[in-house]
Design a protein around this ligand. Structure first.
Ligand code: ADP
Ligand code: MG
Length: 670
């Protein structure tokens, strides 16, 4: 969960905010102010709350790199190059400050902090009248902004952090950059929160990868397969259908043995294309490739469009757009979708003769919005296309960040977002081997009713045999469906086992692995648990990894060593991005059913230790965010006390989850 500017008291506070004012500039004039306008709601809100000062910082182009390129070009063309004039026209922030002042009008006064530096502006800021907006010069004039070395990054980050009591990040378009003003600053700022633009982007884009309203249909187009592999793989986990169009579709068609003529192709990606097709088949995701095309002899706006009705394209032609039969197919697939994500045009939409396919897709997506679907468009060119056709307002969300939205859809963690995140409580009920189907339905209904207004994340994990019925009851509610185990193999001759594919088919979202009963009664070792965990993550599940020491281990003083070992081994080979889908549950195995109890302080100590283990493995941001549930005997009367502990972020509840009147007060502790 990201923490927003709404959760902090701004009155009388100095705010330092990162915005993405990286707008196109020509001769010192803003050419398109969309990005500036997009930050205005957050700016207005902060001023209206009575902040003392609001200092804004942004990059604008890349002065060093851009100038080098422009200089080389001028030299090549035999022209003189005036560096100062060039920088002034393209990279200075003063005209951006003026533009902002015009947009803000009476809502606030904007002052520019000076061309000289972003350093040493504290006195300048403190001298401003209350309610002033201060615009700093382009952060990228300082090489520390984009440095690889952490000490360099920290030098600028620390200086910037001094301008605020609160750091707000509203720069979604730069959220994928690990820079001084986007991420490192959070190490020094007392509080880091997200602005409204960032919040909206995350709220639309993130669920597509984590928990979309299904069916999800993805439309992926654009020029190159190579730039979209990661997003294709990521979407396979949740999508029911994947529409692959545009230039990249020809690599897929060629891989399938079709003739593609002179169409754009990446011969080094043919294997990748086959692998993706194979993975889709295994995951039961329908792949929709073009079945007809609009071809042209040349890549030229004036080239005559030729309809290629059959799948094969002759040697004289290149595919420039999808044909009418393909659009019919798209329509059939898209009408079934409750969520649509679109990244990449399906044709060369910049040329009017080849824009029809992309325009029709835009219309179909717009229709889905009016039917109540969630429609999200990301990617620089797709957004340009939607704007060109005047349909941007007909989409639920049009992303302001090309690279950032693509990386979010790939399931990556973006540094600029991560620094604004806080942990959400997660309460899970493990129903173990109890109840008939009918009984579990009764319990599920009672849990749904009692947690209706619950503010945290919830999960119930019934027996395999009851998953379907419970799933039907909790569908569309705030409760997730969990499984208590899975097989280490995808399918095959494994008598008595249940596979991740079968669990996915049942709508399971989370799999509990390494539970103490699995470890001790059924002798599951770390290697097996790790294998299951990686398989579950690869199929898009969240995982709750249980760790914890036995009485004997505890008495020998080995509690920490055991937890460390189980955490490390359980997570072996798991990337920091995948870790976002892992919750750890600490089970004091020694306390369960022995009459011994862990005090909240005991529990806190070991949770803190486990978080430290994660920090060593994955760094401070990942450690701050991982949810660690307590799996001891949590009851209504000790829940609030346990949850109040700094490092206890929820509970994995056994016995007490079998009665709604016990589970609800735990889940809704206060
Ligand atoms: P986005 O910015 O939305 O992520 P991409 O950058 O991946 O999209 O791709 C956009 C480009 O793909 C556009 O410039 C478009 O002209 C090009 N494109 C689409 N279809 C074709 C095609 N059939 N042949 C060549 N280029 C294409
Ligand atoms: Mg692009």
């Amino acid at each position: 969960m990201i923490k927003t500017v709404k959760t902090v008291d701004l009155k009388g506070k100095r705010v330092i905010m990162r915005v993405d004012f990286n707008v196109p500039m020509k001769d010192g004039v803003v050419q398109d102010g969309t990005r500036i306008t997009a930050a205005i709601p957050t700016i207005k809100y902060i001023l209206a709350q009575g902040a003392k000062t609001l200092t804004l910082m942004s990059h604008l182009g890349d002065p060093a790199k851009d100038a080098e390129k422009a200089k080389a070009k001028a030299e090549k063309d035999g022209k003189t190059f005036d560096l100062d004039k060039y920088i002034k026209g393209k990279h200075r922030m003063a005209p951006v400050a003026d533009y902002l002042q015009k947009k803000l009008g009476k809502a606030g006064t904007v002052v520019f902090a000076g061309e000289d530096s972003c350093y040493n502006k504290k006195d300048f800021i403190d001298a401003q009248k209350p309610g002033t907006v201060i615009m700093l010069e382009n952060t990228r004039f300082h090489k520390e902004e984009t440095a690889k070395d952490a000490n360099e990054l920290d030098k600028l980050a620390k200086a910037l952090a001094e301008y605020g009591d609160i750091f707000v990040n509203d720069a979604f378009g730069t959220a994928h950059r690990d820079h001084a003003s986007t991420a490192s600053i959070a190490k020094f700022a007392p509080v880091s929160v997200a602005g409204f633009l960032m919040e909206k982007e995350v709220n639309y884009l993130e669920p597509i990868v984590t928990n979309p309203v299904k069916p999800l249909v993805a439309i992926i187009g654009g020029a190159k397969v190579s730039s979209k592999i990661a997003v294709l793989e990521s979407l396979l986990k949740n999508a029911s259908a994947l529409i692959i169009g545009g230039g990249m579709s020809y690599t897929f068609l060629k891989a399938q043995g079709k003739k593609i003529g002179k169409s754009l192709v990446e011969d080094d990606q043919l294997d990748t294309a086959l692998k993706i097709l194979d993975a889709a088949k295994k995951a039961g995701v329908e792949i929709v490739l073009p079945v007809d095309h609009i071809g042209a002899e040349k890549f030229d706006p004036a080239s005559k469009p030729v309809v290629v009705a059959a799948g094969n394209i002759s040697d004289k032609l290149m595919g420039m757009d999808v044909g009418p039969k393909t659009l019919e197919l798209y329509k059939k697939v898209l009408v079934k979708a409750k969520t649509i994500v679109w990244n990449g045009p399906v044709g060369v939409f910049e040329f009017d003769a080849f824009a029809k396919g992309t325009e029709e897709v835009a219309k179909l997506v717009a229709e889905a919005t009016s039917r109540g679907g969630i429609t999200v468009v990301g990617g620089g060119d797709s957004v340009a296309a939607v704007n060109k056709f005047g349909l941007a307002s007909k989409m639920s969300h049009v992303s302001t960040g090309g690279g950032a939205s693509l990386e979010l859809l790939e399931g990556k963690r973006l540094p600029g977002i991560e620094v604004t995140r806080c942990r959400d409580y997660f309460i899970a009920g493990n129903w173990k081997m109890h109840m008939t189907r009918a009984e579990s339905v009764v319990l599920a209904k009672a849990v749904v009713k009692s947690l209706k207004n619950g503010k945290h994340r919830y999960l119930v994990a019934p027996s395999f045999t009851n998953l379907y019925d419970v799933g039907e009851v909790i569908k569309g509610t705030n409760i997730l469906l969990g499984a208590q185990n899975c097989a280490a193999e995808e399918q095959g001759a494994h008598t008595g086992e249940v596979s991740v594919l079968q669990l996915k088919d049942l709508g399971v979202a989370v799999i509990i692995l390494g539970h103490s009963e699995r470890r001790h009664t059924y002798k599951e070792n770390d290697a097996l648990i790790n294998k299951k965990l990686k398989l579950a993550l690869a199929h898009g599940f969240e995982v709750i990894l249980c760790v914890g020491e036995t009485l004997e281990e505890r008495e020998k003083g080995k509690a920490e060593a055991v937890c460390k070992h189980q955490t490390e081994k359980g997570l072996e080979g798991v990337s920091v991005n995948e870790l976002a889908k892992v919750t750890i549950a600490y089970e004091p195995v020694w306390a369960i059913g022995t009459g011994k109890t862990a005090t909240p302080e005991d529990a806190q100590n070991i949770h803190k230790f486990v978080r430290g283990t994660i920090e060593k493995l994955y760094g401070v941001h990942a450690a701050k965010q991982i949810v660690i549930q307590y799996g001891g005997s949590v009851k209504p009367d000790n829940a609030a006390q346990l949850m109040a502990m700094e490092d206890i972020d929820g509970a994995l509840v056994g016995g007490a989850s079998l009665k709604a009147e016990l589970f609800a007060p735990i889940a809704k502790f206060s």
